[in-house]
Design a protein around this ligand. Structure first.
Ligand SMILES: Cc1cc2nc3c(=O)[nH]c(=O)nc-3n(C[C@H](O)[C@H](O)[C@H](O)COP(=O)(O)OP(=O)(O)OC[C@H]3O[C@@H](n4cnc5c(N)ncnc54)[C@H](O)[C@@H]3O)c2cc1C
Length: 376
């Protein structure tokens, strides 16, 4: 087996394979090392939502780039990834929430997003059966949407392999070698050493541990989340319906007819164990049917647990580190699936050209982490 690569990527989730794909397209020979199978981490446990409605210029620019990749994936990969621009509808059940959404509308529109404020009646037109009790209105963009994570992973992996690079599954990185502040390769669980001048930490919920292998501390904390999916139903509504109340939830109908959704536990549950609970199943059923009463009759097919990798300010860390050649793309804070395509493109630019595509302060490792994302 090959022992030298231009870059080693630790982690075969969306971030690792997207970075691997883009570096391969730039002519580098890379290897993605994945301790289980691709998608076994957070990516295979997410609900596939993709949105450009963020509250900062840099996140919106990142997502505009990602969205352009999702739109073109069928052509690029040669098969559909179940992409649908069904929109995202954010509901506001208080004046404060509505004002918070309004406060970013101008920026979103200035950056070219097709976001508009809706009355509660317009929300109901968009989502038939929506319970409008207490609803003050919402914000909506028809250009946001969804895709199927396993198909997106497959497309990137195919591209990595046909481009002459490698993805090694069921192989664990156990150590990262750093000599005089410069990375020189990784040690695998089987004792093998792969030498490389570039190592990328794309280890999702395990990014903190992988960072420490190179002596780099990362402010990333895994949180437990759960999700469920129903059986297939005829088409009911298009957008992802988002209710950010502390007892709210978010869900969408997939291209293939299933309702898929989750909620953010309050208080947050630190950790990364992935079992699912009957408490979640009951609570999610209650919250979903409160928003759309007819969904109370859904047959649930499956529910599962997964991890969000959180940073203190809710934005990812996509940057070089104090160790030369060691990069990090982690702390996705619940948005890594949608950020993945753009991160692959822009991190490969940083690695090969040393430049950031636009104002990158929001994603830098040495930033002030006190800002908070409003579209949450
Ligand atoms: C319930 C739920 C719903 C979500 N919904 C959405 C959504 O709608 N939209 C969205 O954009 N995001 C969503 N997310 C978040 C999204 O899933 C993550 O942000 C994203 O998948 C992170 O991708 P990743 O590649 O960083 O991490 P992962 O997919 O976790 O990949 C990291 C990989 O690294 C591997 N690894 C770790 N350590 C090592 C090692 N030492 N050696 C080798 N391999 C290693 C792991 O096995 C893992 O496969 C959701 C998450 C959850 C849990």
């Amino acid at each position: 087996m090959e022992k030298h690569f231009d870059a080693v990527i630790v982690g075969g989730g969306i971030i690792g394979v997207s970075v691997g794909y883009h570096l391969t397209k730039k002519g580098l020979k890379v290897v993605v090392i994945e301790k289980k199978y691709s998608g076994s981490g957070s990516t295979g446990r997410c609900i596939g939502g993709i949105r450009m409605q963020f509250s900062t210029e840099s996140s919106i620019k990142l997502m505009k780039e990602s969205m352009s990749h999702f739109i073109n994936m069928e052509q690029e990969f040669g098969f559909p990834v179940e992409f649908l621009a069904g929109g995202y509808l954010f509901l506001a059940h208080s004046k404060e929430k509505l004002n918070a959404f309004r406060s970013v509308l101008k920026l979103q529109n200035k950056l070219g997003l097709n976001v508009k404020e809706l009355t509660s009646e317009e929300c109901l037109e968009l989502v038939p059966g929506l319970n409008t009790d207490g609803l003050k209105g919402g914000v909506y963009s028809p250009d946001d949407g969804q895709a199927y994570p396993f198909k997106v992973l497959r497309g990137y992996i195919n591209g990595i392999r046909t481009g002459g690079s490698e993805v090694r599954t069921f192989t664990e990185v156990k150590g990262i070698k750093v000599v005089n502040g410069v990375v020189s390769g990784v040690e695998l669980g089987n004792g093998e050493f792969i030498d490389s001048p570039v190592v990328i930490n794309a280890a999702g919920p395990w990014a903190t541990e992988v960072g420490l292998m190179a002596g780099v501390e990362l402010p990333i904390f895994p949180e437990e989340h759960e999700a469920l999916i129903s059986c297939r139903y005829d088409h009911m509504f298009d957008p992802m319906v988002v209710d950010y109340r502390s007892d709210g939830c978010y869900f969408q109908q997939m291209v293939t007819g299933q309702i898929i959704g989750c909620y953010t536990p309050v208080p947050n549950k630190p950790g990364k164990q992935t079992s699912s609970s009957s408490e979640f199943l009951l609570e999610m059923s209650k919250r979903t049917s409160r928003l759309i009463p007819k969904l109370g009759d859904l047959d649930v097919l499956r529910h599962w647990g997964g991890s969000y990798s959180m940073t203190p300010d809710g934005s990812p860390i996509i940057d070089k580190t104090g160790v030369e050649g060691f990069y990090v793309a982690a702390g996705m804070s619940g948005h890594g699936f949608m950020f993945g395509p753009a991160i692959g493109k822009y991190l490969s630019q940083l690695i090969t050209e040393g430049t950031y595509p636009f104002d990158w302060d929001e994603f830098r490792l040495d930033r002030d982490f006190s800002r908070k994302e409003i579209m949450k």
